[in-house]
Design a protein around this ligand. Sequence first.
Ligand SMILES: C[S@@+](CC[C@H](N)C(=O)[O-])C[C@H]1O[C@@H](n2cnc3c(N)ncnc32)[C@H](O)[C@@H]1O
Length: 347
Amino acid sequence: MAKPAFSLDGRSLITPQSVSEHLNPQTDAQLADVVQTAAAEFAIIINVAMQRLSSTQNRADAVKWLIAQLHDVRLKYGPAAWQKLAPIIRAHSSAEILQQCPFTKWSFEKPRGYSGDATLIDFIYQHPAIAEEVAKTTPLGRDIFGYTINAPGPVAVRERRDILTEFVDDTAARVGPDTEVLAIAAGHLREAESSAALRENRLKRWLALDQDPLSIGSIVTQFRGTRVEPIDGSVRGLLARKHQVGSFDLIYAAGLYDYLSDKVAIRLTQVCMEMLKPGGTFLFANFSDEMADDGYMESYMNWELLQRSEADMWRITNSCATADTVETAVWYGGNRNIIYSTLRKRA
Ligand SMILES: C[S@@+](CC[C@H](N)C(=O)[O-])C[C@H]1O[C@@H](n2cnc3c(N)ncnc32)[C@H](O)[C@@H]1O
């Protein structure tokens, strides 16, 4: 058996060289050592978490603690070791327990065949559409769910939905009845449910583009007779200019850039800037590199996201600002788990 490079207290054997090998193992043997140490630390953590979950008291606290521990382990052992550790965690018997949480289970099973489908986000929104799925869960699953959807990531996603509604309503107030909005990767367009501008018919159109026919079907049913216009389309279609959709006062994408490489993100942003009317705004959101739930999401939920730092967001934003761009901004949501960029076109 390979000897662990570190003692478990994370201090005694650390030398500058071992720290760098630890975060950036150069050889397979070094990586195997680091993974073994990380797996040993995980074993201790999960033992404690399972003990705490076996009691009916304070299960939410136990899940909160586990999520924080997994975040720390992910950070401490570095990306290469984490890539190897995440499948070990998913294969651990604790996965069956944690996947009793309907949100965790949905993400892990991926009924739509991809991560981050609109129904998964409905769990976060605590939307009535997922009530039946939640009702099927065990009491333990419900207790775990009680914390997973109130972890910092989901809190930030609910705020993101509200920010989108606010942007649409503010745009309608500024532009008037000719307001045209485009939501890219619209999901179920839940932000439209509380839009005063939509309710009061103060928009010309709110185009909602998504690649999943089930998302589009849900929008068709829910928003029939309103100014919402669903469109079955994709980022690829937008980039190829396949969708002749016109121009907009507001274009936004939430829950999409987290899956796009810089190259595609930049190209999409450029295309969106071209589709803006004078004075229009483009907004994109991304999970930030400060997000706290990443270890749990990437292991038990098998939900991998491309987190971005403030510098990453500026790199995309600055690559897309042209002489026609009058204002750019990069800003964090309330708990810094989601970061936003806005670009405004000259009026
Ligand atoms: C995480 S959900 C976000 C939904 C919504 N924007 C929200 O914030 O609640 C991601 C959505 O992006 C859609 N999507 C993913 N890749 C896409 C692509 N390449 N083109 C269009 N839609 C895409 C999925 O179908 C899914 O509905």
